[in-house]
Design a protein around this ligand. Structure first.
Ligand code: HEM
Length: 142
């Protein structure tokens, strides 16, 4: 379940981008930034970069997290920023993922889930990322 949650967060990070501001002149990789400049970190762009995730980056492949985030990111954990990183990262990432696991465990004990044929895959940015036309699923009692 952790692998599936991580892969969902990788491809569909709810937080689209985050903003930071430089206090002084700084160099980040090849980019030089002046002091007092605000810049966006495009969390949502990261899974579109095959240099970070490989040629299969657009494919939903939970097993890439089978040996943890460090292995999945090739020790470049800045390529997985769904909860951000560092001192301003999400204070409740553990709570959020535990909550998903509890909810899914309760649902999966009673139902098998399939995607409805009417579902159209499209994303929309409304403060956070959402399915543009809803997420129609079919619950099959077990
Ligand atoms: C899947 C669910 C969640 C995602 C993807 C998420 C993502 C994030 C991200 C990316 C940031 C960094 C924002 C930034 O650096 O500008 C953040 C910060 C934060 N998150 Fe979450 N979050 C989630 C759930 C939660 C929950 C459930 C809570 C609290 C109940 C929470 C509380 C916070 C707080 C307080 C911060 C600000 C931390 C700070 O600035 O020091 N988050 N979150």
């Amino acid at each position: 379940m952790s692998m599936i949650i991580n892969e969902s967060l990788r491809l569909y990070a709810p937080v689209y981008s985050i903003v930071r501001e430089t206090k002084k002149k700084v160099r980040i990789g090849k980019v030089k930034l002046p002091a007092n400049m605000q810049f966006y970190i495009p969390i949502h762009a990261l899974p579109h970069d095959p240099q970070l995730w490989g040629e299969d980056t657009h494919i939903f492949k939970p097993e890439r997290f089978a040996e943890g985030v460090a292995k999945a990111t090739n020790n470049n954990i800045a390529s997985f920023l769904a909860f951000s990183l560092g001192p301003r990262s999400c204070v409740d990432c553990n709570f959020a993922t535990t909550e998903v696991k509890v909810a899914l465990s309760m649902i999966l004990q009673r139902y098998r889930i399939t995607l409805s044929p009417v579902y159209a895959h499209a994303l929309v940015h409304l403060l956070t990322i959402h399915p543009a036309h809803g997420l129609q699923i079919i619950l099959h009692p077990i």
